[in-house]
Design a binder for this molecule. Structure first.
Ligand SMILES: CC(C)(COP(=O)(O)OP(=O)(O)OC[C@H]1O[C@@H](n2cnc3c(N)ncnc32)[C@H](O)[C@@H]1OP(=O)(O)O)[C@@H](O)C(=O)NCCC(=O)NCCS
Length: 276
């Protein structure tokens, strides 16, 4: 969503053919995907109209670098099935996070709650990156710290500060403009501190023309409850986040699979890149 707004995450857009495309893939630019272990920066998203085109493009190592760790997101079962099958064939590990998609249907109708006395609303500061990294489900490593620092610097966010300036509740957005790392410190939960945070962030996103949406794991009742109380609706379907990592000892050499799965590069067969 930020590709044509300065593109701070360094993404590029590929299609299987142009102008009649059946598959769209966003991926990190080559100069961005420099660390083969960094599955935060190596972020792909996929959307298809034709499942065969989806399999062909995702299986093409000119389009997806299967030699690196990466994450891929998509809302269609075929994306999950295709990535699962290719990862299996290549002997790669894949972690599946099947999120429930939630969307706020009318962000301007969301009340703007005031913070409790002594607390203040503010943007998240780069100085808070360590705290956010230590508290994030996906955090605790140097790649997540680098990724969270990028999100803090370049994408809309909001937090609630205690009088001494420590954040107690916060929410970031990611390169897809989805709410992410929505969190309240355990000792401050249940006091509705998320309301001013999400209200302020939703207003910012709406003002910039973005939808207000996120994904929540199905067993995360506190989060599902909190967001629905703020007016979010659960959408049908699954918002897949898949993390693929090289690593199984029995992996087949990538070169063998590349030659079996990829069409020989020739004009008209290579994916098309659009840097919009
Ligand atoms: C989800 C989270 C941000 C909510 O923070 P919070 O500050 O407690 O939220 P609020 O006080 O604004 O709202 C809490 C609501 O959830 C409810 N709740 C708390 N625990 C619950 C549970 N186990 N099951 C269902 N509802 C629960 C509270 O009763 C309250 O409901 P109410 O508005 O009807 O009174 C917090 O639990 C958290 O940080 N969790 C860990 C990180 C996480 O899972 N983030 C979401 C990732 S998508």
């Amino acid at each position: 969503m930020h590709v044509n707004r300065g593109n701070p995450a360094g993404q590029e857009v590929l299609v299987d053919s142009w102008p009649e495309f059946k598959m769209v893939l966003t991926r990190p630019r080559r100069e961005v995907a420099r660390d083969p272990s960094d599955y935060f920066t190596n972020l792909y998203t996929a959307f298809y109209r034709d499942e065969g085109a989806c399999r062909a493009l995702l299986g093409n190592s000119h389009a997806v670098d299967w030699g690196q760790a990466f994450q891929i997101q998509g809302l269609q079962d075929g994306v999950y099935e295709t990535v699962r099958d290719i990862a299996r064939a290549r002997g790669l590990e894949m972690e599946t996070y099947p999120y429930r998609p939630l969307l706020h249907p009318d962000p301007p109708a969301m009340p703007q709650y005031r913070p409790d006395k002594g607390l203040s609303l503010a943007p998240v500061s780069p100085a808070h990156a360590m705290l956010l990294n230590d508290t994030w489900k996906f955090g605790g490593n140097s790649w997540s710290l680098r990724y969270l620092s990028l999100l803090i610097r370049h994408f809309p966010n909001a937090c609630l500060l205690a009088p001494e300036g420590t954040p107690i509740s916060w929410c970031l957005t990611d390169p897809l403009a989805a709410l992410t790392h929505f969190y309240t410190l355990p000792e401050h939960r249940g006091q509705h501190h998320t309301r001013p945070v999400v209200g302020m962030l939703a207003a910012q996103l709406h003002a910039r023309g973005f939808p207000v949406y996120t994904g929540v794991l199905p067993n995360n009742e506190p989060s599902l409850h909190t967001l629905q109380r703020l007016g979010f609706r659960i959408l049908p379907g699954v918002f897949y986040l898949l993390v693929v990592r090289p690593g199984f000892a029995q992996s087949q050499p990538a070169s063998a699979l590349d030659s079996a799965q990829d069409p020989a590069p020739s004009s008209g067969e290579r994916p098309h890149t659009h840097s919009t």
